[in-house]
Design a protein around this ligand. Structure first.
Ligand SMILES: [Cu+2]
Length: 122
């Protein structure tokens, strides 16, 4: 029973992530957009600096699918920090960064599309 309660709390956290971010504990977090414009094969802005707890939203305004992911081996763990597999035309993908560092990423489909998120300490 206790285990079920913990899972439920986790689901709430996922649901809340990315909504207009209310100040919590006096620290306000923000959301930033990175846009893939039609036929640009590029992330705009190419590099973005944010603070821990902030969210990046990749918006695909292109007519084709993109697959945005961090560069394997560049993160702190085994998993990819950024993974937007379903970035189809008109879709968006959100990710909240909880650790400071540099997060280079690219599009697995169009390898020349590259970008970087720089996460700074608050
Ligand atoms: Cu692409």
């Amino acid at each position: 029973m206790r285990r079920a309660a913990v899972v439920s709390a986790g689901a709430w956290l996922i649901l809340l992530a990315g909504w207009p971010l209310a100040p919590s504990g006096g620290e306000e977090t923000h959301q930033f957009d990175v846009v893939i414009a039609q036929d640009s094969y590029a992330f705009d802005p190419k590099q973005i600096a944010i603070e821990v707890g902030d969210t990046v939203r990749w918006r695909n305004e292109d007519t084709r699918r993109h697959l945005t992911a961090s560069i394997p081996g560049s993160g702190s763990g085994d998993r990819l920090e950024i993974l937007c597999e379903d970035l189809y035309a008109g879709k968006a993908c959100l990710h909240t960064f909880e650790k400071p560092g540099r997060y280079p990423y690219f599009c697995f489909i169009h390898n020349r599309m590259r970008g970087e998120v720089v996460v700074l300490d608050r």
